[in-house]
Design a protein around this ligand. Structure first.
Ligand code: GDP
Length: 304
């Protein structure tokens, strides 16, 4: 909770200073306060759809009770936000559903620069610390630096990395990684993929091909398709989430760089609109700066 509080400091400060201004000089929640609140939520990157949903619920409450003091507003907001966040059922880094056999396979997707490689490295570190054997597959063969970066993280964390030459077939790297992980009885495979979004059909085909090849080794792989989004990019993160969820079956989200932004509201909007659980959040550049998302703790941090 402490690290989370620190990671969300900027969001909290931004949100509350705006919220305080929104209710300044008012004792009851009236239309002005609601207008101000709407602006606070939108400018914290909660997103218009989710903001309107929250405002509507508060309006209903005001209509029902005929009166809502501004001092009650925080509590109400907190409850509504918690209701809107999708539940993350993993409360433990080890909490994997292996299906018939190991390894658990995570395919990581997302555009370049969002923190994909860093998240993979941090996750490998956490899992290793939990006593699991982890192997990384460098299937982003499109960027020269991507393979090197994954290798570097592998060395830093002390986990095996499967890689081929730059420009080789990503599906072939994924296949090799899974096959060797099965042979070595490793617990978790994390596959990096190229983050190109220039055209959706291309992306869909590429990710589809990697999935098909994985399933030749493990029929229900990948168990997890983790989309990494940069929490400081606001509306871009929404757009990327839309594109990737249309291209493949994303079932978990990692939202990075929450430490550097006052726009952590993006977590709320994305979770509400896409109904995909935020599983991990990135709150810094270091190996330990990855946390399992817990909506209760998140809301506690925001409203502390
Ligand atoms: P990729 O292109 O998506 O693989 O992105 P990288 O993993 O290379 O990360 C891009 C930059 O973002 C690097 O400088 C990382 O150190 C930084 N970064 C990644 N995650 C976080 C985070 O949670 N917080 C902060 N402050 N920086 C991060």
């Amino acid at each position: 909770q402490e690290a989370l509080d620190k990671g969300l400091e900027k969001t909290k400060e931004g949100f509350f200073s705006k919220l305080t201004k929104a209710v300044a000089g008012k004792s009851t929640v009236d239309d002005d306060v609601l207008d101000n609140l709407e602006e606070v939520l939108v400018t914290s990157d909660v997103g218009v759809t989710t903001t309107l949903k929250i405002i509507e619920r508060i309006q209903e409450r005001v209509a029902k009770d005929k009166y809502l003091s501004t001092s009650e507003l925080n509590g109400l907001l907190r409850d509504e936000i918690q209701l809107l966040l999708a539940e993350n059922n993993s409360n433990d880094f080890r909490n994997f559903e292996y299906g018939d056999h190991k390894p658990y396979v995570i395919m990581v997707v997302g555009v370049n620069g969002v923190g994909k490689t860093t998240t993979i490295g941090k996750l490998a570190h956490k899992l290793k610390a939990e006593g699991l054997n982890v192997v990384l597959g460098a299937a982003d063969t499109f960027r020269a630096a991507a393979v090197d970066q994954i290798k570097l993280w592998g060395e830093r964390v002390g986990v095996r990395v499967v890689a081929q030459a730059m420009g080789s077939d990503p599906a072939s790297v994924a296949f090799d990684t899974l096959q060797s992980a099965v042979a070595n009885k490793e617990d978790v495979v994390i596959i990096d993929t190229a983050g190109r979004l220039h055209n959706k059909v291309g992306l869909m085909n590429e990710l589809g091909k990697i999935k098909n090849v994985m399933q030749k080794v493990i029929p229900n792989a990948p168990h997890e398709i983790l989309l990494v989004l940069d929490g400081s990019t606001g509306q871009n993160a929404f757009e990327q989430c839309k594109q990737f969820t249309e291209a493949t079956d994303v079932n978990a989200l990692a939202i990075t760089k929450l430490d550097g932004t006052a726009k952590g509201g993006v977590v709320i909007g994305i979770s509400d609109q896409f109904k995909i659980p935020v599983k991990y959040i990135g709150v810094g550049e270091k190996m330990d700066d990855l946390q399992l998302f817990d909506k209760k703790e998140f809301v506690n941090s925001l409203f502390k």
